[in-house]
Design a protein around this ligand. Structure first.
Ligand code: ADE
Length: 231
């Protein structure tokens, strides 16, 4: 099973790349794809760049050029719920794009016109395995499985945060996951989004992000290492 692992930023993938062996690097669409072996499994680790367009392009390249069997997105996110604390992990049950708005055309907010669905369901087996590994390698932190809501916006405002929760019942928010989910789903490729909480998506988000990004990323690396080993 060849696994594609996408992080939006260098910080989110650099530790994984350091721990890979037999590395072969290719530059496609201004993204550095690093193919090799991690935890004895064939993987392709790539920094997509920030935002939904980069994430979707990156996913399609992993599928077309590298023929990955599954796509895992790793990174940080803002929590949308009081019970989801900084450094906790959120695993995607499903994902949607909160900034799709065709309400003027009679569609509900978040619904992509003329698509069968706008909510993309993560692979049950990947979720199950990730939960199990989390309990083993990160017993001290909270692990939550729920909806991830993505948009081309850094959320740092309480009103917007409440709007996201009210309209979409999201667990956390970030800027790539649902685009990766959509691209993978259109290609019938299983996917999972793993996000560690770096901030609370409110007025404190910018400061919290800088302070907690590193610890959040360390948690995703621990989880990914355990997860890839059992796939
Ligand atoms: N990634 C991490 N925190 C985020 C936030 N508050 N909004 C969007 N993306 C994020």
């Amino acid at each position: 099973m060849k696994i594609g692992i996408i992080g939006a930023m260098d910080e989110e993938v650099s530790i994984l790349k350091e721990r890979m062996r037999e590395k072969k690097v290719s530059n496609i669409a201004s993204m550095e794809f690093c193919e090799g072996i991690f935890e004895e499994k064939p993987v392709v680790v790539v920094r997509s760049g920030i935002g939904k367009v980069n994430a979707a392009i990156c996913t399609q390249i992993l599928i077309d050029r590298y023929q990955v069997d599954a796509v895992i997105n790793t990174g940080v996110a803002g929590s949308l719920r009081n019970e989801i604390e900084i450094a906790d992990i959120v695993l995607s049950a499903d994902a949607l794009q909160h900034d799709v708005d065709a309400t003027g055309f009679g569609y509900e907010i978040g619904v992509i016109p003329r698509m069968e669905t706008s909510i993309f369901t993560a692979d049950g087996n990947l979720v199950k395995n990730a939960k199990k590994v989390c309990a083993e390698v990160l017993p001290e932190i909270g692990v939550h499985t729920g909806r991830i809501v993505s948009g081309d916006q850094f959320i740092s405002d309480n009103e917007k945060k409440e709007w996201l929760l009210r309209n979409f019942d999201g667990y956390c928010t970030e800027m790539e996951g649902a685009a990766i989910a959509q691209a993978a789903s259109l290609n019938q490729i299983p996917f999972l989004i793993i996000r560690a909480i770096s901030d609370k998506a409110d007025q404190s988000a910018e400061m919290a992000y800088s302070e907690f990004e590193e610890i959040a990323i360390k948690n995703t690396v621990k989880l990914l290492t355990g997860l890839v080993a059992v796939l």
